[in-house]
Write a protein that binds this ligand. Sequence first.
Ligand code: BTN
Length: 327
Amino acid sequence: MNDNMVQRLAHYLSATETRSGEAIGEELGCSRTAVWKYVEALRNLGIEINAVAGQGYRLREPLELLDRDRILAGLNPPGGAGLRNLLIEASLDSTNSALQRLPLARQHATAIFAEHQSQGRGRRGRQWYSPYGKNLYLSLGWKFEKSLSELGCLPLVVALAAAQALQRAGLEGHGVKWPNDLLIGGRKVCGCLVEVQGDSQGPCHAVLGVGINVHMPVSRQTEHIDQPWTDLHSHLPGFSRNALAVLLLEELIVQLSKFDEQGFAPFGEPWEQADVLYGQSIDVQSATGSIRGTAVGIDEMGALRLDTGQEVLKLHSGEVSLHKTKL
Ligand code: BTN
């Protein structure tokens, strides 16, 4: 299917007026049969389109598509100045994978948003459900003159940047769950997938993937999401996806630049403020098995500190689940 035509159709329909098949055909420069195919393609992406007899097509709900010019115009320095390239795609397998397919020299400070991901990737081989035109799926490339071991805390920096973007959007009551989930009331609103390649001595190239549930349409697919989730719309109804895209880009660039210059030290306190696990009884699933204890913050490298009663362990990777749900 021609993604560009489907995207143009979505833009043309994005207001809630009814558009006749003829008008759509003229706008897109295609036949009525092709219009019907593109309408079906958009429906297959999860967009509800009503066909009004004798009148044409109309979106069931207005759609705010990402707008490159609007995002670029909204970016303030220094975040905006640090961005080298901004791409907005209709549909990709995964924005992280698409960025990784670019030559390394073009990845730094390139940001890719997609309206839809067919194979959105989460941590630990999970899928990231990515319906069209509703949430944010962003990957940003960043080159660090640091060694691989210095980048262990990068996922935490990315989560704090996303948390700050949501705070600037006006959200309250969200926090970070080690290593890089954002939760509201115990439900996940944002996940980050940080993938790094490079030399043990540096430099390293990182792809920082962030998915934010902005206005997730409830569907059969959402029933299969294997952890409690929420979206921004449930807490800040109608917040603009373009405005959030601007805040997210700005915060990522500002916080990554700070991490580049000063390392992880300035992030310790913001993490403490936002840490939803502190003092909670948790289970951590790691390669060597499951360990139970009380979360007691992070160390200066971003490792999770887990008090088992006998000792305080420092865990560099693992999947946390709450032993007692108190979040
Ligand atoms: C997680 O919590 O498991 C991480 C989810 C990360 C999802 C984002 S969406 C943009 C980027 N592209 C991907 O395929 N994944 C990340």
